[in-house]
Design a binder for this molecule. Structure first.
Ligand SMILES: O=C(O)[C@H](O)[C@@H](O)[C@H](O)[C@H](O)COP(=O)(O)O
Ligand code: SF4
Length: 605
């Protein structure tokens, strides 16, 4: 299967651009791998500490065999419904490793924030920074240097990106990512959104709203909309870090547990001690990231991955840009309609054929690199197969050749739209991103007067005071990484949706973010440079005519005197303290630009 020339051209320019970083990175991880399993480099004293807490079998396996010791990095906590199932995973992994003659130890835990809990709250200002904290914390766990492979237990928004940054940093050892799966379907996502708009209009009370929310988010497992968490799961298959078909199997099922045990056995099989050594740094190459970007566009995935993929790639010595993502979007058909892009949820998407169908289709169209290394073995074709239990054993069989529901999933050759769901916007305000796949075509071009805000709460106050009953581009600025950690402004969606449903032309422009679950209102987000860094967004005034054009890919202010204006500043002291924000001053002071992945981990080039 040869890839299309245009796809290869993007890949080749990424390879060329990355050489100054990638070559020294590969040299480092290959030298580290050549030094052999690092447990051998530990002193007897070190090793005694490694095994002091273990039972006899694990002491033996770790100290005296090459069967392999797995380091588990877990993001378990009780707060995230998606991570709640992880509570029992380490014991299952330890037992399975032991049964295979090896061992497994929890090398460390990492924090995990639920963006649904912090949405619209001050805690959201720590959310993006938590990605880098997760990478740092995973690094602390793996720095014990006693592991032949790592298994990463993480799903949600910032957690998989942070763990991939760590896995790439420890790219000399294999990495197997282990999902826990989506919760069963509850109240449909579009019904939840409708109830929220009713509440925003004052038609129902909090009791009725809470009842609907709890019917939507109701049990352990990942929330069922196609937001950042489920986009992360897609990436882990398109990039070969999950076992094939592992992403959307529900927690607490026989197949789910069989997949976790199979992942454990696979981690032991691909260590340097065996003959399928698969260090993570060799899996995460330029082709894997191109495959991930194609998957992002083909599924209409979360805009947050526009930020995270840049940081994840950088950790593997690979330089990808928003232009790469934009060019790949123009090549990639939108094949899936999962909420907020459609009515279906991920359970229904999976039942219709899911990722295995999409990978088969995109490979056959030359829109994915097949010749990649994955934790399942050589070649992305592994990921056209889906797991099943036969005679009590897990096995993989060919995934569906046809979509089970063409309202949810369509062939690459006859997609929902010929291009991907994310579009780059450029113009005299800087560079932004818009998720067009969730916006009706007739709403993708908006030209309207600006209303300027410095806080999402002020937007809500203006809405409740009836001041926004008109065509309006809401500009919410000083929401970038340096200003306040670049929070998601998703809680504005219901009120902007009410204005849109009233027939007004409505758009949002911000240097902040939206949720992967944000949808129908056109939003130009991640505007870079940010207001706090002197970006042109800081020169906008109430009443300026702004044009957001999701079709042409432009974002412009139509004001004669604009260039000559002075940028305004804002008093940001309110977000320096409270809810732990005082701990992240150094992050706000040192974070790189959104286009660079908004990270504190890499020296700005
Ligand atoms: O990027 C994302 O996918 C979101 O951050 C998501 O993880 C977050 O939890 C949403 O806020 C959930 O949607 P609601 O806030 O609409 O419940
Ligand atoms: S998907 Fe979002 S809301 Fe659901 S558990 Fe994960 S972070 Fe929380």
């Amino acid at each position: 299967m040869t890839v299309r020339a245009e796809l290869q051209a993007v890949t080749d320019r990424i390879i060329e651009r990355s050489k100054p970083l990638r070559e020294p990175y590969l040299d480092r991880i290959r030298r580290a791998a050549d030094d052999g399993p690092h447990r051998k480099a530990l002193s007897c004293g070190n090793m005694a500490h490694v095994t002091a807490g273990c039972g006899t079998a694990d002491k033996e396996a770790i100290s005296f065999t090459d069967a392999g010791n797995i380091g588990i990095i877990t993001a378990y906590n009780d707060m995230l419904s998606a991570h709640k199932p992880y509570e029992t995973f380490p014991e299952m992994i330890r037992a399975e490793a032991r049964a295979a003659g090896g061992a497994a130890q929890v090398a460390g835990g990492v924090p995990a924030m639920c963006d649904g809990v912090t949405q619209g709250q001050p805690g959201m200002e720590l959310s993006l920074f938590s990605r880098d904290v997760i990478a740092l914390a995973a690094g602390v766990g793996l720095s014990h240097n006693a592991y032949d492979a790592a298994m990463y237990l993480g799903i949600c928004d910032k957690i998989v990106p942070g763990l991939v940054i760590a896995a790439a940093t420890f790219g000399h050892i294999p990495a197997v990512f282990v999902p826990a799966g989506p919760m069963p379907s509850g109240l449909p996502n579009d019904e939840k959104a409708r109830v929220r708009q009713q509440f925003a209009k004052g038609e129902i009370g909090r009791d009725e709203l809470l009842k609907a929310e709890m019917a939507s988010y109701h049990s352990p497992g990942t929330c069922t909309f196609y937001g950042t968490a489920n986009t992360n799961q897609m990436l882990m298959e398109f990039m070969g870090l999950h076992l094939p078909g592992a992403s959307f199997v529900n927690p607490g099922t026989e197949l789910r547990d069989a997949l976790t045990k199979a992942a454990t056995r696979r981690a032991l099989q691909i260590t340097a001690a065996g003959n399928e050594f698969t260090p993570c740094g060799e899996v995460l190459d330029e082709r894997a990231f191109v495959n991930g970007m194609v998957g992002l566009h083909a599924t209409g995935g979360s805009t947050n991955l526009i930020l995270h993929l840049v940081a994840m790639a950088r950790a593997a010595g690979i330089a990808i840009t928003w232009e790469d993502m934009s060019d790949l979007s123009s090549l990639t058909p939108l094949m899936a309609k999962v909420y907020p892009n459609g009515l279906a949820d991920v359970n229904q998407f999976h039942a219709a054929g899911g990722l295995q169908y999409m990978i088969r289709e995109l490979l056959s169209e030359g829109l994915l690199h097949e010749d990649v290394r994955t934790v399942a073995g050589e070649g992305l074709t592994h990921y056209t197969k889906e797991p099943t239990i036969e005679n009590g054993e897990i096995t993989w069989k060919d995934g569906p050749a046809d979509s089970g529901n063409d309202m949810i999933l369509r062939p690459a050759a006859s997609p929902f739209q010929a291009t991907g769901g994310l579009t780059l916007l450029t113009g005299n305000l800087g560079t932004a991103v818009i998720k067009t796949s969730a916006v009706k075509p007739e709403r993708r071009v908006i030209e309207a007067p600006a209303r300027i805000f410095h806080d999402q709460a002020d937007v809500k106050a203006a809405f409740n005071a009836g001041e926004l009953e008109q065509d309006v581009v809401c500009v919410v600025r000083f929401q970038g990484p340096q200003a306040n950690g670049m929070p998601e402004l998703h809680s504005l969606t219901p009120l902007l949706g009410v204005l849109q449903d009233k027939g007004f032309k409505v758009a949002l422009v911000t240097d902040g973010r939206m949720s992967g679950a944000s949808g129908k209102v056109p939003a130009a987000i991640h505007l870079s440079p940010e207001a706090a860094d002197g970006g042109p967004i800081a020169k906008l005034r109430d009443g300026d005519l702004i044009r957001v054009d999701g079709e042409a890919g432009t974002l412009e202010v139509l004001a004669e005197d604009f260039e000559a204006r002075e940028a305004v500043t804002a008093d940001l002291s309110a977000n320096q303290f409270g809810i732990g924000r005082e701990l992240f001053t150094a992050f706000r002071q040192n974070v790189g630009p959104a286009e660079g992945g908004a990270s504190v981990l890499f020296a700005a080039e």
